[in-house]
Design a protein around this ligand. Structure first.
Ligand SMILES: Nc1nc2c(ncn2[C@@H]2O[C@H](COP(=O)(O)OP(=O)(O)OP(=O)(O)O)[C@@H](O)[C@H]2O)c(=O)[nH]1
Ligand SMILES: C[S@@+](CC[C@H](N)C(=O)[O-])C[C@H]1O[C@@H](n2cnc3c(N)ncnc32)[C@H](O)[C@@H]1O
Ligand code: SF4
Ligand code: SF4
Length: 337
């Protein structure tokens, strides 16, 4: 069954946050001044159980979802994650399952993840330079540990994409070194524009490094040609280095909004459903799951109505809404990006 929202966008992707905690403190996501020792994270009994996640995925696939992404906080902090992956891959209707991670614990988990059936993984890496990495991602772990993890993941056969958030004046000089590194290793690199997600990262437009500029710079390094999207709603605009199979992608949610094709629903670690990354309120699905009077069909019909009434298009109307609204947005670490 396929469903569409009020703007004729079908529901295709489901992003599930399995944990709101993280072992890094990236300044653009969880600034340490806010996410310090006194910050209250979800208690364990509020986290969706594996059974609940499995049930959600199975209901969502009956509404047309094909692609699942596990995220966080840091998803690799969730105990037994490979078991969850194995269970989700057994659900018919799940055509693609991936994971977005900061890579810190990936070195020790890569083999288990691959054995669970995972084929590909997206790793966030903003710089190869230890000082810049420390400045952007905090000093809890050195960048060398993430680089080692990436090697490990590649060696067990996981297909790798690297996500780099670029901030003007902070890591823009890392664009070329990162492009060369990924080209050399055979990883797909995606550039993400710094976004005004959450309430704590002090976002200003002049800190955004426009992807168009990066594309122009890379074209000088090596000619690129556009790649046709695999499906409507792909977030990254993809290019290929001419004469190779090597791709590079651009996620330009600030300078080139892609809401018109947005087919993603998001579930937080405590089971709230959000229909936009910039939403203020979610729908409490966990309560529905924990209500013994409700069966899967009842929950499916709730989800149907939520998606059917959806009108979100924040990135397209950012300038109007961000000035008018004083509502708090959800935090990126809670919803998972
Ligand atoms: N504004 C906005 N940004 C998004 C959306 N979806 C993804 N992004 C951004 O793109 C980043 C990268 O997404 P990933 O977690 O790698 O997932 P993906 O791009 O769907 O991954 P692939 O399936 O590998 O293409 C996210 O962390 C967000 O910063 C969206 O719907 N809206
Ligand atoms: C919230 S993290 C969760 C998964 C995992 N901890 C990680 O970093 O990959 C998911 C993605 O969101 C991106 N992200 C976080 N804050 C962002 C911001 N303000 N602008 C753009 N991307 C952001 C991160 O770079 C990361 O690729
Ligand atoms: S971007 Fe990922 S790694 Fe960085 S603080 Fe946010 S959740 Fe943690
Ligand atoms: S801003 Fe909201 S509606 Fe637009 S693409 Fe992102 S998640 Fe989708």
């Amino acid at each position: 069954m396929k469903i569409v929202d009020r703007m004729n966008r079908s529901l295709r992707d489901l992003r599930i946050s399995v944990m709101d905690r993280c072992n890094l403190r990236c300044t653009y996501c969880m600034p340490k001044e806010i996410f310090g020792p006194n910050y209250t994270f979800l208690p364990n009994d509020k986290l969706l159980t594996f059974e609940e996640i499995e049930r959600i995925v199975s209901i969502f696939t009956s509404l047309g979802v094909e692609k699942i992404r596990l995220t966080g906080g840091e998803p690799l902090l969730r105990k037994e994650l490979p078991t969850l992956i194995q269970r989700l891959l057994n659900i018919s209707g799940v055509k693609d399952l991936s994971l977005t991670t900061n890579g810190v614990h990936l070195g020790m988990l890569a083999k288990q993840l691959k054995e669970s059936g995972l084929q590909r993984i997206n790793i966030s890496l903003d710089s190869l330079n230890p000082d810049i990495y420390g400045k952007m991602n905090g000093k809890n772990f050195p960048v060398s540990r993430v680089l080692h993890s990436i090697e490990e993941a590649a060696s067990v056969g996981l297909k790798i994409k690297i996500n780099m958030v670029v901030q003007n004046g902070i890591n823009d000089l890392e664009i070329i070194p990162m492009a060369k590194y990924c080209l050399d290793k055979g990883y797909t690199l995606r550039f993400i524009e710094f976004m005004d997600v959450g309430n704590t990262n002090g976002w200003k437009f002049d800190q955004v490094y426009p992807n168009k500029k990066i594309l122009e710079t890379l074209q000088q390094l090596m000619p690129l040609e556009p790649v046709e999207p695999d499906y409507r709603g792909e977030v990254a605009k993809r290019y290929r280095y001419k004469g190779t199979n090597q791709e590079v992608g651009f996620i330009s949610s600030v300078t080139h909004a892609f809401c018109t094709d947005c087919n993603r629903a998001r579930i937080s670690a405590d089971g709230k459903l959000f229909t936009c990354l910039f939403a203020s309120n979610g729908f409490d699905i966990q309560s529905l799951l924990r209500d013994e009077k409700l069966n899967d069909e009842d929950i499916k019909s709730e989800l149907y109505n939520i998606w059917n009434n959806r009108t979100d298009r924040y990135s397209e109307i950012r300038n109007e809404v961000s000035k008018l609204s004083n509502k708090k947005k959800i935090e990126m670490s809670y919803i998972g990006g």
